[in-house]
Design a protein around this ligand. Structure first.
Ligand code: NAD
Ligand code: ZN
Ligand code: ZN
Length: 376
């Protein structure tokens, strides 16, 4: 095992990530070490690096929660995975397993959950620690690069669609057809739904059509609620808002049919107004949804393993991370960028004799538990 690895590090909010060497963490009891093969770049990583949300990560930290890799070392007592297994290290890095939420298969909202690439160092690095009880098990036949987007964008949209309660033959509107949205369209079609894709970019909408969307609406030139209302006779039974943009939230609720459910998964900072009369008189449900459980993970990966869903990926080296972030910010990523760790070592990595001495986040600190509650 090498002593150091290459990593992309958030050293301060709203600043470019720093490519540098970082000590390879050692797995403590109950932990595993994963050698990263690929890691998707989610818009959440951008929110994390910008410190967008009330619950903030603590720089310096390594983002990335779509890491896929091979288990290369086991800490004491680990029995549920073995060396050589291909696993994913997801956003839901771990949970307590004992609270009312964990006991009812809602581990996603556990008060003691840890988040990959946020409260724990993530996959923008050649090695990443993981909790073997919460890793994704990547099915045979699914390559690491194509699997990467599924463990966040895939699970979040698959779960979010289920949370709309829309049934086969009914309409679902997917607002935002980017990293999350392009997978949402495919899951929704595979689940027998009629799909309307909504975005502000004609390229994304053309892609949505090619993925099977039955209707597409450009929200920057048309009122999506009006068009959808006319086309479907009253709006979508389910709406899934993935767009990281506040106007999309008001529009999403307006697109919801009477008795329908609007599920929010996009996470722009801020709030949006709800029209009380329309919600009450239309018996409309507005519901948040946060990634998915381990059961959802297995199901969403199974769709891909059976060829029903396929992530559209663009491979880039770790050294391109700041350009990728700029492109995500401006809507210039067609679907999902995946960092490919099989490529050459990035030249711009700054070599430092004692990489972690000034960070306070070396191998030992990394394995310490940092409760989410103290981060606010
Ligand atoms: P992305 O940048 O790949 O895609 C966003 C898409 O939204 C783009 O296609 C963009 O053109 C489109 N868009 C922007 N403004 C719009 C508008 N007003 N109307 C319609 N479309 C619009 O981002 P992503 O990786 O898909 O992530 C999207 C959001 O989902 C982020 O806020 C991210 O943090 C959040 N997220 C939430 C969860 C969860 O568990 N709830 C999980 C993953 C990501
Ligand atoms: Zn994500
Ligand atoms: Zn719990």
């Amino acid at each position: 095992m090498p002593r150091t690895m290459h990593a992309a590090v958030v050293t301060a909010f709203k600043q470019p990530l720093v490519l540098r060497e970082w000590e390879v963490p050692r797995p403590g009891p109950g932990q595993i070490l994963v050698k990263t093969e690929a890691c998707g770049v989610c818009h959440t990583d951008l929110h994390a690096a910008n410190g967008d949300w009330p619950l903030k990560p603590d720089p310096p930290f390594i983002p990335g929660h779509e890491a896929i890799g091979i288990v290369v070392a086991l800490g004491a007592g680990v029995t549920v995975v073995k060396e050589g297994d291909r696993v994913g290290v997801p956003w839901l890095y771990s949970a307590c397993g004992h609270c009312e939420y964990c006991l009812s298969a809602w581990e996603t909202v556990c008060d003691h959950a840890e988040f990959g690439g946020y409260t724990r160092n993530g996959g923008f690095a050649e090695y990443v620690l993981a909790d073997p009880n919460y890793v994704a098990h990547i099915p045979e036949g699914l390559g690491p690069q194509e699997a990467a987007p599924l463990i966040c964008a895939g699970i979040t949209t698959y779960k979010g669609i289920k949370e709309t309660d829309a049934r086969p033959g009914e309409w679902i509107a997917i607002s935002g057809c980017g990293g999350l949205g392009h997978l949402a369209i495919q899951y929704a079609k595979a689940m027998g739904l009629m799909v309307c894709g909504v975005d502000i970019d004609d390229g994304k909408l053309a892609h949505a059509t090619s993925l099977g969307a039955d209707l597409v609406i450009n929200a920057s030139t048309h009122d999506p609620a009006e068009v959808l209302g006319q086309e479907t006779g009253g709006g979508a039974h389910g709406v899934l808002i993935t767009a990281p943009s506040l106007p999309a939230f008001k529009q999403g609720v307006a697109m919801t049919r009477k008795r329908g459910t609007c599920v929010l998964v996009g996470l722009p900072p801020g709030s949006f107004p709800l029209e009380i009369f329309n919600l009450v008189a239309g018996c409309i449900t507005v519901r948040g949804s946060f990634v998915g459980t381990r059961k959802d993970m297995a199901e969403c990966l199974d769709f891909a393993a059976r060829g029903k869903v396929r992530a559209d990926i663009e491979l880039q080296p770790l050294s391109a991370i700041n350009t990728i972030f700029e492109r995500l910010e401006t809507g210039d990523v067609p679907s999902r960028v995946v960092l490919d760790f099989a490529g050459p070592v990035p030249e711009s990595i700054t070599s430092r004799a004692n990489a972690n001495a000034d960070s306070g986040l070396g191998a030992d600190a990394d394995s310490a538990t940092k409760p989410a509650a103290v981060l606010a």
